[in-house]
Design a binder for this molecule. Structure first.
Ligand SMILES: Cc1cc2nc3c(=O)[nH]c(=O)nc-3n(C[C@H](O)[C@H](O)[C@H](O)COP(=O)(O)OP(=O)(O)OC[C@H]3O[C@@H](n4cnc5c(N)ncnc54)[C@H](O)[C@@H]3O)c2cc1C
Length: 428
């Protein structure tokens, strides 16, 4: 009997789990090594005292092609945010919605004086332009690229619109309020928002990697947790086996997929084009008394003033499963690495809320958890796509998977896992 080809996957984030599933599905004998005690990498949920704390504020767009391909969305039991956002500053809050998908919000959106009629029309024109393209084609587009800020100025958007709405909204998505990220990322996500509302699984974002891990196991892959890959070598060159080293032993494999976070992937493979400039953030979760309503209608609250948290999210108003009975869960996300202590951030969030709701007090707000995430996304400046590594860049039968081969997102990570597996299978 001939032996099945063996494949090893280093890293059990979304990319590694998808790669393991496809490799096993093609009949390979697959072992995935994950350093942490759980799979999921940057997508995880901590459960504590009836609360569900995602690893930083994250959402999934159900229309992402890789999400549709790899996940059973029904089983995720998604809870959706209302479209648009609530714009907030001291003494003032207003609603900006998508009147096409939410006609009841039309009067509030039309009468919103935080955004001029000219900018509302420019949004409609942009939507009509981008609706003609498939999102993946937008990302693949060649030609000049610009920062999000320059792209919007070029299209005539006012400074007020860019600062009041785009900076906090896309600052939250790209973790970069200066809008220096590539316009391709803006176009992709803007296009996605035309057909999809941001959502979270009822039991937290960890339901996504949990389901992917189940699919990988069902396809025959075995997953070893708390097993760090310390070295990957392919000294035999193309077509030869590679060796994966863990603290306890070495494994020979006919194909190795390196699906760790970008800094670890660069360390393991030596591929210099792996981007390692980080975007960081701090998400702090707060308990509020049950029934406390931030009156945003299930929307994010965006801070139009460039200080304090970038956004405040009413988690349990959107997904009641995120808080135990008698409590509400909200979070505040601060962009970058913050020097303030947890207590200082809590005080800033309380002051911010009290400035947005001048007739209310938030004395009962209590911090439940603070996530300081150093490497949340890799930086994606204009033209970044041209510089990304190819899955086949490492020497020998070693392949790269990870958001850093596509773009920093759940879509990018999942797609990369399938492409790396495909390359390995083709070469075998
Ligand atoms: C706060 C935050 C907010 C975000 N918001 C969104 C959002 O709203 N929507 C969206 O689409 N995307 C969002 N993202 C981005 C998205 O989560 C990531 O792009 C995606 O999860 C990356 O997946 P990955 O598998 O490529 O890498 P990772 O998740 O980093 O997985 C790599 C895995 O490799 C493991 N590992 C590392 N080194 C080793 C080693 N030597 N041996 C074995 N295992 C190792 C790690 O433990 C980890 O499990 C956000 C990310 C963060 C952190």
């Amino acid at each position: 009997m001939t032996q099945m080809p063996r494949a090893a996957v280093a890293g059990g984030g979304l990319a590694g789990l998808v790669a393991a599933r496809h490799l096993a599905g093609a009949g390979l004998d697959v072992t995935l090594f994950e350093r942490a005690e759980n799979v999921g990498g940057r997508v995880w949920t901590q459960e504590q005292d009836g609360f569900r704390f995602d690893r930083g504020f994250q959402v999934v767009f159900p229309s992402y092609p890789a999400v549709r391909r790899e996940l059973d969305l029904e089983r995720l039991d998604l809870r959706r945010f209302a479209s648009g956002a609530c714009l907030a500053r001291p003494g003032h809050r207003s609603t900006l919605s998508d009147p096409i998908r939410n006609p009841r919000a039309l009067p509030a959106t039309l009468s919103n004086t935080d955004v001029s009629i000219g900018d509302k029309l420019r949004v409609v024109r942009l939507a009509l332009d981008l609706a003609r393209y498939d999102p993946e084609a937008i990302l693949e587009r060649s030609g000049p690229d610009a920062t999000i800020e320059d792209y919007l100025r070029e299209r005539g958007f006012s400074e007020r619109f860019v600062e009041n709405f785009v900076a906090p909204f896309y600052g939250g998505i790209t973790l970069d309020r200066s809008l220096s990220t590539s316009s391709r990322v803006f176009e992709y996500t803007f296009r996605t928002l035309l057909t999809s509302r941001a959502a979270v699984p009822a039991t937290g974002m960890a339901a996504i990697p949990a389901q992917l891990a189940q699919h990988a196991r069902d396809a025959g892959a075995s997953i070893r947790l708390e097993t760090e890959v310390t070295d990957v070598s392919a000294e035999g060159g193309d077509g030869e086996a590679a060796t994966v080293t863990t603290p306890n032993r070495e494994y020979e494999a006919d194909a190795v997929v390196v699906a760790t976070d970008p800094p670890a992937a660069r360390e393991l493979t030596g591929v210099e084009s792996i981007p390692t400039d980080a975007r960081s953030c701090v998400t702090q979760y707060y308990e509020l008394p049950g029934g406390t309503d931030l009156e945003s209608g299930g929307r994010l609250l965006l801070n139009t003033v460039d200080e304090g948290p970038n956004q405040i999210v009413p988690h349990s108003a959107v997904a009641p499963e995120y808080a135990p009975d008698g409590a509400e869960l909200i979070s505040a996300t601060y962009l970058g690495e913050r020097e303030e202590s947890d207590a200082e951030l809590e005080a800033i969030s309380r002051e911010t809320l009290e400035s947005w709701y001048p007739d209310r007090r938030f004395d009962a707000l209590e911090t439940q958890r603070t996530d300081r995430i150093e490497f949340a996304q890799f930086a994606q400046p204009p033209g970044f796509r041209d510089r990304l590594p190819d899955p086949r860049d490492p020497d020998g039968p070693v392949y790269l998977a990870g958001d850093y081969t596509q773009w920093s997102s759940i879509q990018g990570a999942m797609k990369s896992g399938r492409l790396a597996a495909k390359a390995a299978i083709e070469d075998l």
